[in-house]
Ligand binder design. Sequence first.
Ligand code: ADP
Length: 492
Amino acid sequence: MAKAKNNTLKLKFDSARNYAPAPESKSVAKINPRYDLFINGKFEKPLSKKYFATINPATEEKLSEVADANAADVDKAVKAARNAYDKTWKKMPAKERAKYIFRIARIMQERAREFAVIETLDGGKPIRESRDFDVPTAANHFFYYAGWADKLEYAFPNRKAQPLGVAGQIIPWNFPLLMAAWKIAPALATGNTVVLKPAETTPLTALKLAEIIQEADLPPGVVNIITGAGATGAAMVNHPDINKIAFTGSTNVGKIIQKAIAGTGKRATLELGGKAANIIFDDAPLDQAVEGVINGIFFNQGHVCCAGSRLYVQESVAKEVIRKIKDRLETLIVGDPLDKNTDIGAINSKEQLNIINRYLKIGVAEGAEMYQGSGSIPSKGFFCKPTIFTNVAQSNRIAQEEIFGPVLTIQTFRTDDEVIEKANNTPYGLSAGVWTDKGSKIFNLTTKLRAGVIWANTYNQFDPTSPFGGYKESGYGREGGLHGLYPYVRLV
Ligand code: ADP
């Protein structure tokens, strides 16, 4: 009955746009009913003897169950990583290390379709995004850092770059495979070994990556992948034999980690939350800018730390821009993430959907005007309509706090100084976007906005050669590019 109702909804939704469903086949996705921990090159039963389910957020169906690593499991993984570091990895000539990293990249490309489907099933993101962005960009990161492995003397002229030892890497659920690549590739290229923990709602592509690592014949223990929730992450952070913590996630957990490692000598990079300003000047090509705003906030359901979640539009063009955004909301397809027509997939978890819905209520209660397109959303699974708020005050919680969902606040401005002031009025400083015809304005803003990454007349562009990271409560340290090597080396 529920299914029939769902189909009716979907048909209505699609027929309004005249798109026939174009679902990607699930047949390439080989998912085991249960996954153990990947330690020392093998899948090992957890000492905790515990497992938890991972579900498809678009259907609420269980996909598999994964091990819940406890402190003893973490210790076992760290010992394997230490052993591999001492006995193999740090002694291996850099160009040999590079070959393994290249191999990982190549196998990932060969298995790209399977990875894209599993990423979409486990996380809810549209297949178009996992296929065209997540998986290729993850492979590119491995290619890029494989290239650096035997060229560190050029990255750090007149210095010797020594590895740190064992890196503990904790990643979030918004770009599971890509974040694993961001973390593992530079660590391996610089001669470190790794214990990586994916987020509890999206463990599957990291475990599939473990299969690639086996296939690439990486020496056992160089990369260990363990699953679990916050307690597993905390056990990694507090493990005395981990030399470096690389974390991407919420600012709250980032602060906990920072406190936990204070005084231990552990190195850390923290890539935390964001509340980016996307700024449209009246001289911008407005259609292009509106596309950039739509991509900036609705890409990956807004589960993006650098999402352009605060739009500032110059007053003289505000009416026109808001109308264009509203028109665009009508054409966005929300629904089955496996359908190639889908623009906005499922919210990653019920908890996250509750958080987003809470913010929608807060926004309305604060007096902002909420607008959603007329399309419907599936009744099963975790979905949220793309939403914009106008009449927003700078002090409103929806304009200050990270929502991590498809929710855009819109405010206006008159002068450059005013928008710089408003854009910087946030505890975060990860990214920003500027849309204007004038190069001088771009230079003026990019020097004055406190954000780690600023895009001009584009948004959400990522490249392995380009560093990424924040200021203020968005964290510290850079990932990507030559800068991404620094956090994994000691320069002597
Ligand atoms: P999000 O809001 O994206 O869920 P979290 O910061 O809660 O962000 O989660 C990011 C990652 O941090 C996940 O892998 C999660 O399991 C892990 N994590 C959560 N709590 C802790 C903690 N106290 N110590 C270390 N890792 C944690």
